[in-house]
Design a protein around this ligand. Structure first.
Ligand code: SF4
Ligand code: SF4
Length: 266
């Protein structure tokens, strides 16, 4: 919305009143987010190759379950309209993709909308838009549940982090198994927290240090910090306390909320 300076009466000071946006203002708004996306090679290749035929939607496993159409997403982005792109970046839609790349196998242009989605997700996190959708807010759960586990143990998911509070589907026997892990795991051939090879072995400190360094150099740590930062702002707005672990009120809220009817087409 533009502003126009007018004097209502000669004796009155100049006041600002809103005007309808001009073509110049509309054009200035168009393309800013699109331009940011063009810094990502996954986006550039994916968006320019698409002829909007819809084959990817037909083959996409996520489209089978969710209200999700990769072709429609690429079509909306190709409009270069920032309002449409911003709406997508703030939506659940970009988080439905399973990144399986089945789309690449069938696209007549050998294109991969999944890669365009990856670029969209990256920008959504950078801009802090991810906290505006239910599935986007779950990035905090992924960061604390999987990301921190990788850096702490070398495993995406490690037995010690799976409790029946966050994973009730494990059932009561799981609590007993965790409590008795050191006794029962060797009986099934695991090397629980041991040196050398074997399932659940301890990943050596020098390897964990290397992982940490890789995350630092590639921007993974910055990404984690950005997720925490915007999630903390959102938590303040929503009410639950953000905390720092997997048991805080906000973590539980984003981890457990799933409005299935809204997301699925079943
Ligand atoms: S199959 Fe390929 S060309 Fe067709 S809509 Fe999907 S990405 Fe575009
Ligand atoms: S990568 Fe994403 S868009 Fe492509 S087929 Fe898999 S779920 Fe669908």
């Amino acid at each position: 919305m533009g502003l126009q300076l007018v004097a209502i009466e000669p004796s009155m000071a100049m006041v600002s009143i809103p005007t309808t946006p001009t073509i110049i203002e509309i054009n200035a708004k168009m393309g800013k987010l699109y331009d940011k996306l063009t810094n990502d090679i996954r986006f550039v290749e994916g968006i320019s190759a698409c002829i909007n035929c819809g084959t990817c939607t037909a083959i996409c496993p996520a489209a089978e379950v969710y209200n999700y159409q990769p072709r429609a997403i690429l079509d909306a982005i190709q409009s270069r309209n920032d309002d449409a792109i911003e709406a997508l970046l703030k939506s659940d839609t970009i988080w439905y993709c399973g990144e399986c790349m089945s789309c690449k196998t069938r696209c007549p242009r050998q294109n991969a909308p999944g890669l365009v989605i990856q670029a969209m997700r990256k920008l959504s996190i950078e801009m802090g838009y991810f906290v505006e959708s239910e599935k986007g807010r779950q990035q905090l759960a992924l960061k604390r549940m999987v990301g921190e586990s990788i850096l702490e143990t070398g495993y995406c998911i490690y037995m010690d982090h799976i409790d029946t509070g966050n994973f009730p589907e494990q059932g009561p026997i799981w609590d007993w198994e965790r409590a008795n892990a050191e006794k029962i795991l060797p009986k099934v051939g695991a090397n629980y927290k041991g040196d050398g090879p074997g399932a659940l072995r301890k990943v050596p400190k020098e390897d964990l240090d290397e992982l940490q360094r890789i995350f630092e150099v590639t921007g993974g740590i910055d990404w984690f910090n950005t997720i925490e930062e915007f999630s903390a702002k959102k938590a303040k707005e929503m009410g639950p306390e953000i905390g720092t672990d997997k048991n805080s009120e906000y973590f539980k809220e984003v981890f457990n909320t799933n409005n299935q009817e809204k997301h699925t087409n079943q």
